[in-house]
Design a protein around this ligand. Structure first.
Ligand code: C2E
Ligand code: MG
Ligand code: MG
Ligand code: MG
Length: 289
């Protein structure tokens, strides 16, 4: 019986391995298809930005938008960044894509701020590799010039992990960008591995509380305390604080009552194409609701 059992286990093991490797092969093939399609995405005009309003809960106005990348992939419908950004980063395609995003976001800001009394800012996500692979500050300067976008309309979102190593290269780039007059926000605040000390060592203007914490408001005691602590840190350091992923009026009321005046989330608007966003902001940035 022991022999039979052993034989059985071995066979099963081999089968499992075959399943596993078949699965790996399928995934590798899918990755390669995405990669080669992504190489042509720019040339085929398949990339598009959607804009999600950023809302000031005190003045009840839209004060800006975050640009979020979408890929209208041939025969596949709209792909979200989680599907292709990791591949763009690993292959270095992020550099070209990232420049396209910056330029398109700046163009959008120029379009919507034309004749607007109170300008709305545009926030652009940067991946860490854009800092390593390319002269980021030079690229941003050139794009601002080419599009006519004013630096104070542009906000760049980075994540804490970029600051983890405290590299002098990253610091120099961020200081250059800061001197140019644009602002830096820390995205997904509270989810990275960095010590908080970077907040006074780098030119940070805003923190964005990650939606995993906001999700717990107002019922999850521990996440509630974390949100309050993050708002306190921001206030103590004179940083702006924005809550991500606000979905319910209760969350908005709670956040505002505890000193967070900026918010973003489905409650205030989903990411949408430029036309839709422009309709939303109407003439003067007041939400048409
Ligand atoms: P993120 O920068 O934290 O962006 C916020 C994400 O949360 C977006 O997902 C947005 O659609 C989603 N979201 C907004 N409000 C709500 C809400 O109320 N509830 C929930 N559940 N979700 C909400 P999206 O567009 O799929 O983007 C995912 C991530 O991809 C972004 O996270 C950002 O890290 C990255 N990403 C997007 N566009 C770019 C880009 O142009 N360049 C780079 N490097 N990364 C990008
Ligand atoms: Mg972001
Ligand atoms: Mg975020
Ligand atoms: Mg996020």
């Amino acid at each position: 019986y022991a022999d039979a059992a052993m034989y059985h286990a071995k066979r099963q093991g081999r089968n499992n391995f075959q399943f596993y490797s078949a699965d790996l092969t399928a995934r590798a093939a899918e990755r390669m298809r995405i990669e080669s399609a992504l190489r042509h995405a720019l040339g085929r005009n398949e990339l598009e930005l959607h804009f999600q309003p950023q809302f000031d809960m005190v003045s009840k106005t839209i004060v800006g938008a975050e640009a979020l990348l979408r890929w209208n992939r041939q025969d596949h419908g709209i792909a979200l960044p989680c599907k292709f950004m990791p591949i763009a980063e690993e292959t270095g395609l992020i550099v070209g894509i990232g420049e396209w995003v910056l330029a398109a976001a700046c163009e959008a800001a120029v379009a919507w701020n034309d004749r607007r009394e109170r300008p709305l800012s545009v926030a652009v996500n940067l991946s860490p590799r854009q800092f390593i692979l390319n002269d980021l500050a030079g690229t941003v300067r050139r794009i601002l010039e080419e599009t006519g976008c004013r630096p104070e309309w542009l906000e760049l979102e980075i994540t804490e992990n970029l600051l983890f190593e405290d590299s002098s290269e990253v610091r120099t780039i961020l200081e250059d960008l800061d001197r140019m007059g644009l602002s830096i926000a820390i995205d997904d605040f509270g989810t990275g591995y960095s010590a908080l000390s970077y907040l006074h060592r780098f030119p940070v203007k805003r923190i964005k509380i990650d939606r995993s914490f906001v999700h717990g408001v107002p019922t999850d005691r521990r996440r509630l305390e974390l949100v309050k602590a993050m708002i306190s840190i921001a206030q103590a350091l004179r940083l702006e604080v924005l809550a991500e992923g606000v979905e319910t009026p209760q969350q908005a009321v709670y956040l505002q009552a505890h000193g967070c005046r900026l918010a973003q989330g489905y409650l205030f608007g989903v990411p949408q194409p430029l036309r839709g966003f422009e309709a939303l902001i109407g003439g003067d940035g007041r939400a048409v609701s």
